[in-house]
Design a protein around this ligand. Sequence first.
Ligand SMILES: Cc1cc2nc3c(=O)[nH]c(=O)nc-3n(C[C@H](O)[C@H](O)[C@H](O)COP(=O)(O)OP(=O)(O)OC[C@H]3O[C@@H](n4cnc5c(N)ncnc54)[C@H](O)[C@@H]3O)c2cc1C
Length: 385
Amino acid sequence: MRSCDVVIIGAGPAGSSSAISLARLGYSVVLLDKEQFPREKLCGDFINPSNWPILRALGVDKEILARARQRVTGFRITTVAGDQAECPLPLTSAEPFGLGLSRAALDHILVEKAQGENVTVLQNCRIKRLTREDNPWHLEFDRAGTIETLRARMLIGADGRHSWVAHHLGLTRSADMRGRAVAFQLRLQCRGGFGDRVEIHLFPGGYVGLLGLGEDMINLCLAVDKDRLPDDQPFTRLLESRLPLNPHLKTILNRSEPAGELRSTYPVYFPPRHSYSDGVLLVGDAARVNEPVSGEGIYFALKSGLLAAETIDAAFRAGDFSAARLRAYETACRSEFRLRRGVNALIRTLIYRPALASPLIRFSVKRRRLLDSIVRTVCLPHAAR
Ligand SMILES: Cc1cc2nc3c(=O)[nH]c(=O)nc-3n(C[C@H](O)[C@H](O)[C@H](O)COP(=O)(O)OP(=O)(O)OC[C@H]3O[C@@H](n4cnc5c(N)ncnc54)[C@H](O)[C@@H]3O)c2cc1C
């Protein structure tokens, strides 16, 4: 049987950032994922400039810069009526641009960094059993056809929005499965390229996010109110008849061809889960998701991973893994994310209601300060605002 201080289930940005931080603090860490890396995943692929301080601290900034083909320096939002507002991203010398980079590349860089910090990374693992008796966690999993077992003092659930850990340990809320919107993602080959902006285009029932990835490749993500989703071949019908109602989007779609696998997920948003219990923390999407329109999910994942590592370090020092001690993590997340989550909740209220969003977008064409200050909150780290 393997034994370690901390086992982390899920090697996305949240799992990798907590693994790297805990390994640097001297803990033995096992990072386990059901996939083999590099692997793709549904995402808008926008690395928000707010991530730079964390990527630098994790020591992956140079590798990420070397791999990314698209720098992002502007934002544009458009409506079905043809209105559009745009602004530059609020960049500083420390946060000079955002990036368009596939999640296959980003997540693989982070996992390799974790391996370099002596984290044991186990891929292709299917969990069979998770129990906790007399403190340590006992995990049984199938790794490429072989059953293995593991014992750990602390558990981190970093297994994303459909978190098996959260469901298995009863940390979900009943509202989890009653989301309002469905998301789709598809890569497109766009003749003539796309430029250096991240773009949001409203359409009846939802919105599309577009981002260049370099070499004429773009990432299209959309979120649509599930009550307004066509019954039959929903994505094709949206792509062919609903999205082109936005004239700006139509122009881009007219010069684009699908160039990858279609992915989807539901629900897009659900309320935060209980992120701590005896001996366990949830990080990243396993604990809380945002409306993806603001492209902050990777930031929340990385940052919550760091905050979890701090709390776990304090728990080991005190020899106390009780929920009462681990609650400090939830408090730290609330305080760190309060403003961003507030702004995101406001955007979520508006973005599916064109009758409210469109006049505001028209208004922000005249009064740039409104759009500027929203983009500033979303794109700059706390210290730089
Ligand atoms: C439509 C859409 C667009 C988005 N666009 C952006 C964007 O442009 N920029 C941005 O910053 N954020 C974006 N996000 C959010 C972002 O994708 C997530 O917030 C981010 O991926 C969360 O990282 P994570 O590490 O918590 O989880 P994930 O990235 O989901 O990683 C979870 C990992 O756990 C593994 N796993 C799952 N279950 C198990 C299991 N049972 N056993 C073992 N391993 C398991 C998975 O294989 C995966 O590797 C978007 C989200 C949506 C829905």
